[in-house]
Design a protein around this ligand. Structure first.
Ligand code: FAD
Length: 498
């Protein structure tokens, strides 16, 4: 309500926001989350909350008239589908040379992602975040994050025998033929549930091509873990379909937060403002960076660090497909379970997820999302003409990622006598290098904030999401985002709130 006051307000409900919500509410603090996306709890006319990847409707996408699939092409045709514009769950935010995929809804990226729950290699973590005590992270906060997220492991005997992971076994064998190591990847999708799907005793989700537009069953997204636990304290309220548009200092030592409420068609229903003693930015790398850059440029938070908006990277993401000569399987689980681990190769570190292509029919395609050590970074900048925040990533900045991935997949192709698919990311376009799933940075720890995410210049303002991490983490990022948020919230609660 207008003039309302809350002790703690969290902007966004992804990993950083969910950790902040749990730890604040457990500390007895009334906490309010403001989330621009929907609370995904109501089934549509088909009885399902989310739509599948193969039959997308308006629920798939954040206000688009046509889907924007990551793999959007097939043999010369654009395979996207027309849909009704709606407050759907997956956004692809277009910054010219880079489209950034993000989840929209209570649970943020956890609603749409592949659930791969990977702890980074310790030497690389120490390199990217040298000011963070790695002993504490690996001893306390990574285990705490993995437990809180509900991470589990694939049963290797089932993996070896099920038709649903034929694609991953082929990917493993091809990699090993070229001398590369592979590794199982833990996940927050319940592999026990998946086995029951395969046995016909549970409703199919991962085995019904559900991922990126949401999973109706099986996945422990944040609404089922951290956020559910926070709600059980009785101290959490969530306003969904509310977008924060401004944060400014005052009255007193607190902050005023302005927001716009929309309906699922995108029409504005109300504009509101509330005051908060403390504000936690958890809108994701893009959302937090955009807000902070705009607040600094428009004089609403003029004392923010000059480095706000800097240090953004795509975690070296690049996708590629191979035309395989082996059967990869008409039935593919939509949840990845294995990766090629060439990270320790100084000539070109690559950690590549062996990705499914769950089209429901045999396509002889091996698909990969490669994470590389791309040193290039970009900045979020304010355009006073449009009043919008852009990202100055340019097309050529993806080249180091392509070079590293090409080294690995050229060798795999040469050992297995296969070739690249050139039709999946455009017409004669081999590399999916103009979009990413892993936006990181824009408000770096120890630069725009102190060593615990406190924003320089504004006591009571905190950053708790992926924007703290300097552009790269070497593996899929959500466990690191969660663990870093756990570490920072432990400090903030112990020292600022008592
Ligand atoms: P987010 O999870 O993005 O949460 C930010 C939230 O803030 C969102 O809910 C957003 O709607 C909300 N928000 C933004 N701006 C505002 C505003 N102004 N007002 C109110 N709310 C706002 N990572 C992995 O580790 N493993 C994987 O397998 C994996 N697969 C992925 C697959 C896909 C398709 C995608 C898109 C991502 C994947 N990721 C994966 C990445 C992972 O989901 C992200 O790194 C993670 O969600 C980022 O967490 P976060 O807390 O920084 O922000």
């Amino acid at each position: 309500s207008p003039g309302a006051h809350v002790p703690a307000l969290i902007i966004g409900s992804g990993y950083g926001g969910a950790v902040a919500a749990l730890r604040l509410t457990q500390a007895g603090i009334d906490t309010h989350i403001v989330e621009m996306g929907q609370n995904w709890t109501t089934p549509g006319a088909d009885g399902k909350i989310f739509c599948s990847m193969l039959k997308p409707d308006g629920r798939s996408s954040w206000f688009r008239n046509r889907t924007d699939q990551p793999v959007g092409w097939f043999i010369g045709s654009d395979v996207n589908k027309d849909i009704d514009s709606y407050a759907g769950v997956l956004d692809s935010e277009d910054f010219g040379a880079m489209r950034v995929y993000q989840g929209r809804g209570v649970g943020g990226g956890s609603l749409v992602n592949g659930g791969m729950a990977v702890i980074p290699k310790r030497p690389y973590f120490e390199q990217i975040l040298p000011s963070v005590d790695a002993g504490e992270m690996y001893g306390t906060y990574f285990p705490r994050a993995s437990a809180g997220l509900g991470v589990n492991n694939m049963d290797s005997a089932w993996f070896d025998s099920t038709e649903w992971y034929q694609f991953a076994r082929v990917g493993r064998d091809d990699a090993q033929a070229a001398g590369y190591a592979t590794t199982f990847v833990p996940n927050v999708y319940d592999f026990g549930y998946m086995q029951r799907e395969a046995a016909g005793s549970a409703t199919k989700s991962a085995l019904a091509s559900e991922v990126i537009y949401g999973n109706n069953y099986g996945k422990k997204s944040l609404d089922k873990t951290y956020l559910a636990e926070a709600a059980r304290t009785g101290k959490l309220t969530i306003s969904a379909l509310h977008t924060v548009t401004g944060v400014t200092a005052g009255p007193g030592s607190g902050y005023t937060v302005t927001m716009t409420q929309i309906n699922t068609s995108g029409a504005t229903v109300a504009t509101k403002s509330v005051t908060a003693d403390r504000v936690f930015f958890a809108a994701g790398s893009v959302g937090t960076s955009k807000l902070l850059v705009a607040m600094k440029a428009t004089g609403k938070l003029p004392n923010l660090s000059d480095t706000v908006g800097a240090g953004w990277g795509n975690n070296g993401n690049v996708m590629v497909g191979r035309a395989n000569s082996k059967l990869t399987g008409g039935n593919q689980s939509a949840i990845p379970a294995m990766g090629i681990d060439n990270w320790d190769d100084p000539a070109g570190p690559v950690f590549a997820e062996i990705a499914p292509f769950p089209a429901g029919t045999e396509l002889w395609i091996s698909l990969y999302l490669a994470i590389t050590k791309n040193p290039n970074r970009a900045n979020f900048t304010f355009d006073s003409g449009s009043g919008k925040v852009g990202l100055d990533w340019s097309a050529g900045q993806a080249q180091p990622s392509i070079d590293a991935a090409k080294r690995v997949f050229d060798k795999i192709n040469s050992k297995t006598l296969t070739s690249y698919r050139t039709d999946l990311f455009g017409v004669y376009k081999t590399w999916g290098d103009d979009f990413c799933y892993h936006p990181l940075g824009g408000c770096l720890l120890g630069s725009a904030t102190d060593n615990y995410g406190r924003l320089n210049g504004y006591p009571g303002l905190y950053v708790v999401d992926g924007s703290l991490i300097p552009g790269s983490v070497g593996v899929n990022p959500f466990v690191t985002i969660t663990a870093l948020a756990e570490r920072n919230m432990a400090k903030v609660i112990a020292t600022d709130l008592h």
